[in-house]
Ligand binder design. Structure first.
Ligand code: PLP
Length: 463
């Protein structure tokens, strides 16, 4: 064995202890480190021709790379929709790599069954019936893509062809209707060969990002033939929710597939005050929920639910003599884009096992409280205005005077050490978003953010 590798094996418990200490120091620093450090990335170095072992690698990472990492696991990183990592999820993630399972097949031990238990817990958490079966994928983009792949096969079934067997050309033109779809839907359609132009944007309700059901019905009448509806349960700018029961009724009347993108909006179901927003999730034919956002497990994790596992297996089956027959309960290798995959469910299993429904409800409610408090502060601050009511966990706001993209970028830059916000455009107006989805964010953090906003807006050069 290569001597440094042999030495690492001989001292593995010590090295793990050093790694643990480095991790603990990193976590300790999260609350006070600059949220996004202003420093250039290190110059890349050549491949080490001679390895010197883990201890040197740890030190090199700590010295050169770690200081430039954002505090995205910390309490004031409110860009995009970025969850943190609960202590139990972190333990689960460490053990995932430690056990290094390839949970694609039931030929190999119980990993796939642990994923089954986790999916069952998630189904209960979001109020889904047993008709929804699920599998874990790497993120909501992949969850949306898998949902759309099943929809594609369903359209084939309606037209007497199988796109999985015969290719998308056999399917003919496809229409995917949505009010304010996430960008990942277009990406998924591109990957699936359906094309970005298959996506038809349907008008939304006045001053809303929720689709107008009457406009959707007109689009369905014009479409002449089965369509795919992509419903949104939590849009990224204003966390607006489509009326899922109304859309499901249109699905039934016009014979469509209803995919619901509830990447983070599904978590409204955990909070009695907000559950009405996500009413009707169970009506979906396929459903996307991200786990690395509001469940607070590490990247990369999302769940994909569907009522038509048979069609899913038709798309993703990986028939091979050594894998055994598909059967009624296909192994994971036959259900998702990957073949080999880590035991991705373990961090989610750990956090649900450790904190349960009540613990995760508390995270959702504290995030919603933080967003509400910040929203109230923004509404009363001179120089800022809200662009939408705070429905759940996102505050979308802009400058009262000359809200240009450049001025908002200057504001975000000036804030970046204290709070990370990301730019957007809502209803044609450049804006910033603050998205709360990290379990670490406290009321004190929200006060710090409000103070930072007050002073920074006051100092922003007048246009
Ligand atoms: C984040 C998000 C996605 C994409 O998720 P990834 O995890 O980045 O792939 C899709 N839809 C919605 C509504 C989202 O918020």
């Amino acid at each position: 064995m290569h001597p440094p590798l042999a030495a690492d094996l001989a001292t593995l418990p010590d090295l793990l202890e050093t790694t643990r200490q480095q991790a603990a120091a990193l976590l300790d620093g999260l609350a006070d480190a600059p949220v996004v450090p202003a420093r250039p990335a290190p110059e890349p170095r050549p491949l080490p021709e001679r390895g010197t072992g883990l201890r040197d690698a740890l030190e090199d990472f700590r010295a050169r790379w770690q200081p430039g990492l954002s505090a995205s696991a910390g309490p004031r990183y409110l860009g995009f929709v970025t969850g943190g990592v609960t202590p139990a999820a972190l333990a689960g993630d460490w053990l995932t790599s430690t056990a290094d399972q390839n949970s694609m097949s039931s030929l190999d031990a119980t990993g796939a069954h642990l994923e089954g238990e986790t999916v069952g817990w998630l189904r209960t958490l979001f109020g889904l019936s047993d008709a929804h079966e699920g599998a874990l994928v790497s993120g909501a983009t992949m969850s949306n893509t898998v949902g759309l792949a099943i929809a594609r096969e369903w359209l084939g079934e309606r037209r007497g062809v199988s796109p999985a067997e015969d290719g998308v050309a056999a399917l003919g033109p496809v229409r995917v209707l949505s009010g304010a779809p996430h960008s990942s839907v277009a990406k998924g359609l591109s990957m699936l060969g359906l094309g970005r132009s298959a996506l038809v944007t349907v008008p939304t309700l006045p001053d809303r990002e929720a689709v107008d059901p009457a406009a959707l019905e007109r689009a369905l009448q014009e479409a002449d033939g089965p369509c795919v509806i992509v419903a949104n349960a939590g849009t990224v700018n204003t966390v607006d929710f489509d009326d899922l029961p109304a859309l499901a009724a249109l699905r039934d009347r016009y014979g469509c597939w209803l995919h619901v993108d509830a990447a983070f909006g599904a978590f409204a179901a955990l909070s009695p005050h907000h559950a009405h927003l996500a009413n009707g999730l169970d009506l979906a034919d396929s459903l996307c929920v991200d786990l690395h956002k509001w469940l607070n497990v590490p990247y990369d994790s999302a769940v994909q639910f569907t009522r038509r596992r048979d069609l899913q297996a038709r798309v993703f089956q990986n028939a091979a003599a050594y894998l055994g027959p598909l059967g009624d309960t296909p192994d994971l290798v036959h259900l998702t884009p990957e073949n080999s995959r880590r035991l991705r469910a373990l961090p989610a299993w750990f956090t649900l096992r450790a904190y349960g429904r009540d613990g995760h409800r508390d995270i959702v409610e504290r995030c919603a409280d933080g967003a509400r408090t910040l929203g109230e502060a923004v509404a009363s601050l001179d120089g800022l205005r809200l662009l939408a009511p705070v429905r759940l966990n996102v505050v979308c706001f802009t400058l009262t005077d000359s809200p240009t993209a450049a001025r908002l970028a200057a504001l975000a830059d000036a804030l970046a050490a204290e709070v990370f916000l990301t730019p957007t455009v809502h209803a044609g107006v450049p804006a910033l978003r603050a998205a709360f989805s990290n379990w670490r964010t406290t009321a004190e953090d929200v006060r710090r953010i409000v103070t930072a906003l007050e002073t920074t807006v006051r100092k922003l050069p007048t246009p």
